[in-house]
Design a protein around this ligand. Structure first.
Ligand SMILES: NC(=O)c1ccc[n+]([C@@H]2O[C@H](COP(=O)([O-])OP(=O)(O)OC[C@H]3O[C@@H](n4cnc5c(N)ncnc54)[C@H](OP(=O)(O)O)[C@@H]3O)[C@@H](O)[C@H]2O)c1
Length: 348
């Protein structure tokens, strides 16, 4: 452990000096620059996950943040700059290796996430690998990657959810790299119900379509408030989490229970509607019909969660709520956001 002149006691470097100096070409500089606050690069810094991470790191007072965005002038990027982040312009797209390496330059850590990628695009896997490779080339100290389970493997190829499997394959790629790393694994986002699968208002009733069965309890989380504390904990104690895969969970709750809580909190009449079938999904979200592969993926993901479990059985479902006792359950999320069933955009 090294006592920094500013901020909390941090476990930088994460490994004994001899190990660190052998990890990469720039490690020595990193090890020696312990009088400054560690610099963490956040990819997708204006995303729901990314802005949570950037904000938690900055507000802790123990870290500097370099925020990657395509648009330095967006309101979210400006907000991060106001909070003290250095803004670095680069798209999260394939073949921007030179910008990625520059972006990661002299960083002690990096939070890597991949943006939403809809099939038929298969860019997510190579993009995640390119980000990790750039972090290696730049000599970054510790990577956190926002990963998910390998659905292809867990379902023996019976369920199609490439945005899960590709993240697991990126994690496999990172495991083989000469860099210390930790994976956070977010649950289903509460925000999906506000952003992507918004309710339909029918007279005095809020109809709430879910891509899961009414009685199926699944892990959910608020990416905007839960990702940051998880990443802050890992970057503050990287040695404690080497190679770990850590679920980030706010609640384990069924859609039926979510609808009941919505009624209780808002006083509005609300009913569950099933989007746990092609017909249900297209009834409530007909625009998805334009991309049949995306429909396959949503259904594949939902069936996977129901039949195999969202997380592997050996994952620690309590970790994130232990390190962040303030993590919002669904009812607290509803109270905190004052959401009453309208569509919400979390973008720039
Ligand atoms: N929804 C869920 O339930 C759930 C659960 C677990 C994991 N995930 C995963 O979480 C990830 C998304 O995280 P999020 O919801 O926090 O992200 P988000 O809010 O949708 O934001 C994505 C960010 O990526 C940045 N970006 C850079 N290049 C981009 C590009 N070419 N196309 C699109 N965006 C680009 C954008 O920032 P700029 O415009 O500033 O560049 C944008 O703010 C996905 O990989 C998803 O699979 C989702």
């Amino acid at each position: 452990m090294i006592e920094l002149s500013h901020g909390p006691t941090l476990a930088w470097p994460a490994l004994p000096l001899v190990a660190l100096t052998s990890i990469g070409p720039h490690r020595k500089e990193c090890v020696m620059s312990t009088t400054a606050k560690p610099l963490i690069v956040v990819s997708g810094a204006t995303s729901k996950q990314g802005r949570s991470v950037a904000t938690s790191l900055l507000e802790s007072g123990g870290f500097r943040v370099r925020a990657l965005t395509r648009n330095a002038n967006s309101s979210q990027a400006q907000e991060l700059a106001r909070k003290g982040a250095e803004i670095f312009t680069a798209p999260l797209e394939l073949d921007h290796q030179r910008e990625f390496v520059q972006a990661f330059g002299s960083a002690d850590g990096a939070f890597l996430m991949t943006p939403p990628v809809a099939p038929p695009s298969t860019d997510e896997l190579p993009l995640g690998c390119q980000l990790a490779d750039a972090a290696i080339e730049a000599g970054v100290g510790h990577i956190i990657f926002s990963a998910l389970e390998n659905v292809q493997k867990r379902s023996s190829g019976t369920k199609y959810a490439p945005h899960f499997t590709d993240k697991a394959l990126i994690a496999e790629h990172i495991r083989a790299l000469p860099i210390t790393h930790t994976f956070v694994m977010p649950s289903f986002f509460y925000t999906n119900a506000l952003e992507y699968y918004a309710p339909r208002i029918d007279g005095d009733t809020v109809l709430m379509p879910f891509y899961l069965p009414e009685d199926f309890r699944a892990p959910f989380v608020d990416p905007l408030t839960a990702t940051g504390p998880a990443a802050l904990e890992v970057f503050s104690n990287p040695a404690a989490y080497l190679g770990a895969s850590l679920p980030v969970v706010g609640d384990v709750i069924s859609p039926g229970e979510m609808v009941d809580a919505f009624s209780r909190v808002t006083g509005l009449k609300a009913e569950y509607r099933s989007a746990y079938s092609r017909e249900g999904l297209l009834t409530y979200f007909p625009e998805l019909g334009e991309n049949p592969l995306l429909v396959d993926e949503i259904l594949g993901m939902a069936e996977y969660a129901v039949e195999f479990g969202y997380y592997r059985d050996d994952r620690d479902m309590q970790w994130s709520r232990t390190v962040d006792p303030g993590a919002l359950n669904w009812e607290q999320f509803l109270r905190a956001t004052d959401w009453r069933g309208g569509r919400v955009s979390f973008g720039n």
